[in-house]
Design a protein around this ligand. Structure first.
Ligand SMILES: *Cc1c(COP(=O)(O)O)cnc(C)c1O
Length: 230
């Protein structure tokens, strides 16, 4: 087995173990392999190894990898900031956008989806840790925003996405994940919140804690490429 396929198998096992500890099935978590520091060949190898969900942080990088790998039925996830002037070109290529962080962006996605004649699944990015440097809605504004969002007919809000705090402490990360799940649970009972089934949280350094706290999608990059020469 190649190092990459071996790393992928190990991560899948660790996800399965974490789901078992929290009484869930391994299938309840989707692994998104983040290929932002990987080559097109490595992204292809991941897909051929059965990992069909790939994530990119920058729209331009997603465009070029999606074009190079268009022969494979990859589901592309945009996980980084999307500027409104890149919406039209990005929409036809992605199966979900994790990083919707403003109403203006949401309205631009809605309009582009309308002209493409499709619906667009998205997640709302929440700045759960309150770091000033991070994108995302504040937890406090979420009820009001959700009510406003219901006017966007072509956008399907599937859940919430967040990153743990930048200070890198494991307990703090777990608290952030728990807070995101509890926010989601509260929002589900509010207008426009019933559709929030997904929780995209957990990266290479903290995905097991995220799964234990209820993640349905984990976004993993560097751990997949450990011990691989660039
Ligand atoms: C880079 C990135 C990841 C993956 O991070 P790793 O620590 O390499 O696993 C996940 N989510 C987002 C939003 C990222 O930008």
């Amino acid at each position: 087995m190649s190092q990459l396929a071996d790393n992928l198998a190990r991560i899948r096992t660790r996800i399965a173990d974490a789901t078992a500890r929290s009484g869930r099935t391994a299938e309840s978590v989707t692994l998104v392999a983040v290929t932002k520091s990987a080559s097109v060949e490595q992204a292809r190898e991941l897909a051929l190894a059965g990992c069909m969900d790939l994530g990119e942080g920058r729209p331009q990088e997603l465009w070029s990898k999606a074009a190079a790998l268009s022969d494979l039925p990859i589901r592309w996830h945009l996980i980084g900031h999307l500027q409104r002037n890149k919406v039209e070109r990005t929409l036809p290529l992605v199966s979900i956008i994790h990083s919707v962080d403003s109403l203006r962006l949401l309205r631009a996605i809605d309009a582009a989806a309308e002209s493409l004649g499709r619906t667009m699944p998205v997640l709302l990015e929440v700045n759960i840790s309150g770091d000033a440097a991070k994108h995302g809605f504040s937890p406090a504004e979420m009820p009001e925003r959700l009510a406003e969002i219901s006017e966007c007919k072509r956008v399907h809000i599937r859940g919430l996405m967040a990153m743990a705090g930048l200070d890198g402490d494991a307990d703090r990360a777990r608290t952030d994940f728990r807070n995101l799940r509890q926010l989601r649970d509260r929002l589900r009972g509010m207008p426009g919140g019933a559709c929030l089934s997904e929780l995209s949280m957990g990266m290479s350094g903290d995905f097991e804690a995220a799964v234990e706290e209820g993640a349905t999608i984990v976004r993993i990059g560097s751990a997949l490429f450990e011990a691989i020469e660039p």
